[in-house]
Design a protein around this ligand. Structure first.
Ligand code: SF4
Ligand code: SF4
Length: 335
């Protein structure tokens, strides 16, 4: 019998990972639908994210990849700027010191560009939207293969539809027709690039998709009814979507909340007839009137009382004032 391998664990490095997980998961959910995710195939997953239905929790390995990505971007900026003739803008022209930001759909759809680059040796006069991605070697090799097989301008869409969609939307809002993506392997030791043209029809479809998701009062259809479908198997929203888990309690999962289109990321509460700012929305669990959007719960709604603010389900559960509080439902998912 082969000897059982002994896995060496270092308690210090375990503590490092634990610290990374604490600090890396402290960020609250972002208050807008990000342009970086509009290319995700499942509209329902994007909607769940916009509605804070699931609390994201990343493990240390994933958080380290994020950190790697930030560092890789900073290194790439430095390297590109070292090339004579290249101008790379990475900050908003307003001088606020932030990334170049774009927003639409009442301020609910937002994105932040890595930069605008001009002076590329292969197209010196044309400004390009610039994005940098850090990937593993296998994914980078796939991009190289696709460039060889399909040609540079077709490769990004085939390689990563989410990055492609992000690029199309950024070009649209920036009024540019070219996109330049650089892609590093871990440690920034090897870099490849791919240029992509603007496709107006594609961009307009993506904006319409964003608008549909933001204004949807219920989750859009599932991409698959099978929980073991490959996209569902790694989706963070699978427990709420397929496994009857009660979603998080915040204003965004409450039937009284609406994202309004006439402000700058404005949300309103029909129950209290007021606007609700982001901090208030995060504290929705403290509100005695929170009542889940019925389509977020795994039961069929059979009755409701608008004046009292409750909704009743076929299994006899009444959620809202006078019934079971949403926080209680969440605490007792097995009900
Ligand atoms: S579990 Fe599947 S259907 Fe549900 S949101 Fe995720 S990807 Fe979409
Ligand atoms: S009723 Fe309460 S939880 Fe619901 S949207 Fe209004 S303030 Fe938020």
């Amino acid at each position: 019998m082969a000897p059982i391998p002994i896995i060496h664990r270092d308690p210090t490095l375990d503590a490092v990972d634990a610290a990374i997980e604490v600090s890396g998961n402290a960020e609250p959910a972002r208050p807008y639908l990000g342009m970086s995710e509009i290319g995700r195939e499942c509209a329902r997953a994007i909607w769940y994210g916009f509605r804070w239905a699931t609390r994201s929790r990343f493990d240390a390995a994933t958080l380290k990849r994020f950190q790697d990505g930030h560092r890789a971007e900073a290194i790439m900026i430095e390297r590109l700027r070292a090339v004579p003739g290249i101008i790379l803008w990475t900050e908003d022209p307003s001088g606020n010191g932030r990334q170049i930001g774009r927003k639409d759909v009442g301020g609910h759809f937002r994105g932040h560009l890595d930069g605008i680059i001009q002076g590329l040796l292969q197209a010196p006069k044309t400004p390009h939207v610039w994005e940098h991605k850090a990937t593993n070697e296998t994914k980078q090799a796939k991009l190289i293969k696709l460039i060889a097989e399909l040609g540079e301008k077709q490769a990004l869409k085939a390689w990563d539809p989410v990055y492609y969609a992000q690029g199309q939307v950024y070009m649209h809002y920036q009024g540019l027709t070219r996109h330049y993506l650089t892609c590093d392997s871990p440690g920034s030791r090897s870099t490849v690039s791919v240029r992509t043209d603007y496709d107006h029809i594609e961009a307009v479809k993506l904006l319409a998709k964003a608008s549909r998701i933001i204004t949807a009062s219920e989750p859009p259809a599932r991409i698959s009814e099978r929980p073991d479908w490959y996209q569902c198997s790694w989706c963070q929203h699978k427990p709420a979507c397929h496994e009857k888990q009660i979603p998080e309690v915040a204003c965004r999962t409450c039937a009284h909340a609406t994202p309004e289109l006439d402000g700058d990321g404005r949300w309103s509460c029909a129950r209290y007839q007021c606007d609700i700012d982001t901090e208030t929305q995060r504290r929705g669990s403290e509100c005695p009137s929170h009542v889940f959007i019925p389509a977020l719960l795994p039961w069929k709604a059979v009755d409701a009382n608008e004046a009292e603010g409750w909704i009743e389900y076929g299994n006899g559960i009444r959620n809202g004032p006078g019934g079971i509080a949403s926080t209680e439902l969440l605490a007792n998912t097995a009900m």
